[in-house]
Design a protein. Structure first.
Length: 550
């Protein structure tokens, strides 16, 4: 079965709670998605990735699932999901679901029953007695201090690598793996086209759950790509996924090329694509909460390293935004030059080799928001960081860090128009509306032929038709240039030269010696006039893409 259709499409991630409210209760839903499918088609989108739609207590807004085979009532029901799925397929838009099987909600039926030590569900999770009046081991949680919470009912601890309401499943239990396969079949039989698998590289824990000997990692080195990870992913592939025309993209925190290739390469890879985070560290160390000044050289190194290392071996995943990170214009671009830098950022990744993902609102240049008080934020990760921060620093010094790093920056409601609530809903939205919505919205940008929205539309149309983008090799120029990102794609004698400025300040660049400027065609630019000489001095966040032959 040839399922390589994902290589020729651009995907759009929908974080449903903030996308569009179709029943006017203030919460985004599937009715709003249904109304918006023609918009996505007009953008050139060939696939949708839905962040979790399942019933959830929303401790982590859907990434804590209480029922894998239903739709959260806030978003609708299975009937409207089927309508969305059918219409999407009519428009030739694929649909993939978020599959979150490292953990469930503590309100999932399995976990509720597992609190009974005699229950067959007890071994669905990691229940352990404490030691020395403390947790069973010294692992840290990503969202809290310890990775264990104490349950007085059974005088035992349960493992949670994330929020205490996100309880880790014991994938070593064959019954749990059968449950995962059953969930996959449920949605694939309904007609979905694949899965994005959340923190999938963490699902295999080491036998005995030993203490970490690393002060810095505190357990990560033991469960990141754990001992049976490839065995379990191959089991899912062999028993379920191989029997459907579908694809899977995994999320791999702290993923390197070296660790990714065993997942992605070979005749029967575990995964088709991998979401890694290395290019999202251009302004931070590993996490958005440990910032440093933006480094274009660091960003380019990540881009080029993955392009070169995966060439001929595996397929790249291309993205600049998702639900887990602040808005990219506010990070790597410029809110002052929002449209110019938004276009340059779009060009910088859209012409690389791989499958691009666009996050809702990215195509109109949505930006970060600064809310005045910690009580205004919803993100459980931000709240945990705030609680930890104020133990050591004054509140007024901690809040700016939260404002810059929080995932809530990506979760303000989608800006559809300049009407009240940004056209998202006639009711008061569940979360904040960015005050720049009168200028930054779909309706306004549709009317402006030079808008970022139209630029994305043109980029997507071009790359889905271009053999050079699909098949071409990649070569970077001037990797140590701190202002310019320049690379070339080549296929069968035809080339693209991509030039992107990441600076407000001018930078000079001479074209490569084998580049015949007189024969080159400028196909994309974010400034109207075309320089008449082969030496250019860039304007703020200027980008250009040339097409030419040897």
């Amino acid at each position: 079965m040839n399922n390589e259709w994902y290589k020729d499409r651009v995907f759009y991630q929908i974080w449903p709670r903030s996308f569009r409210d179709g029943n006017n209760d203030g919460i985004g839903d599937l009715y709003g998605v249904y109304e918006s499918l023609d918009y996505l088609k007009s953008l050139g989108i060939g696939g949708i990735w839905f962040s979790p739609l399942y019933p959830s207590p929303n401790a982590d807004y859907g990434y804590d699932i209480s029922d894998y085979k239903n739709i959260h009532p806030d978003y609708g029901d299975l009937e409207i999901f089927r309508k969305v799925l059918d219409k999407a397929h009519e428009l030739d838009i694929k649909v993939i679901m978020d599959l979150v099987v490292n953990h469930t909600s503590d309100e999932h039926e399995w976990f509720v029953k597992s609190r009974d030590e005699a229950s067959p569900y007890r071994d669905y999770y990691f229940w352990r007695k404490g030691k020395k009046n403390g947790p069973p081991n010294n692992w840290d949680s990503f969202f809290a201090k310890d990775a264990w919470s104490y349950d007085p009912k059974t005088d035992a601890y349960y493992l949670h690598l994330f929020h205490e309401k996100q309880v880790d499943l014991n994938m070593d239990n064959p019954k749990v793996r059968e449950e995962v396969k059953d969930i996959m079949r449920f949605w694939l039989d309904m007609g979905v086209d694949g899965f994005r698998e959340d923190v999938i590289t963490f699902i295999s824990k080491p036998e005995g759950l030993p203490d970490s000997i690393s002060v810095a990692q505190r357990g990560i080195e033991l469960f990141d790509s754990g001992p049976h990870i490839h065995e379990y992913l191959q089991e899912f592939r062999r028993d379920v996924l191989d029997h459907y025309d579908c694809f899977v993209v995994g999320e791999g925190p702290m993923m390197s090329v070296r660790k990714a290739l065993p997942y992605l390469s070979g005749d029967h890879p575990d995964l088709d694509l991998m979401f890694h985070f290395q290019h999202m560290e251009g302004d931070c160390f590993f996490t958005d909460y440990v910032p440093h000044p933006f480094s274009l050289v660091k960003l380019k190194h990540a881009f080029s390293h993955w392009q070169n290392a995966l060439e001929g071996k595996a397929w790249n995943t291309l993205y600049l935004e998702n639900h887990d990170h602040p808005r990219v214009i506010s990070r790597y671009g410029s809110e002052k030059y929002r449209t110019e830098s938004g276009k340059s950022l779009a060009v910088s990744y859209m012409f690389q080799k791989g499958t691009p993902f666009v996050y809702q609102g990215q195509e109109i240049g949505m930006t970060n928001i600064k809310l005045p008080d910690i009580s205004d934020y919803k993100d459980c990760m931000a709240l945990k960081h705030y609680e930890a921060g104020i133990r050591h620093k004054p509140k007024e010094k901690v809040l700016p860090k939260i404002q810059k790093a929080t995932r809530d920056n990506a979760r303000t409601v989608m800006q559809w128009s300049d009407e009240p609530n940004a056209g998202f809903s006639t009711a008061a939205p569940w979360f904040a509306v960015n005050p720049n919505y009168p200028e930054v919205n779909v309706e306004t940008e549709e009317k402006d032929p030079d808008s970022l929205l139209h630029f994305y539309r043109d980029l997507i149309h071009y790359r889905t038709q271009s053999e050079i983008v699909r098949y071409g090799t990649y070569k970077e120029f001037e990797p140590l240039n701190s202002k310019l990102y320049i690379y070339e794609r080549e296929y069968e004698g035809r080339k693209l030269l991509v030039l992107c400025s990441f600076s407000e300040k001018p930078a000079k660049y001479s074209f490569p010696k084998n580049f015949d400027f007189r024969k080159a065609k400028l196909i994309f630019a974010n400034y109207a006039d075309n320089p008449s000489t082969p030496v250019i001095q860039t304007r703020p966040y200027e980008c250009r893409v040339y097409e030419y032959e040897k």
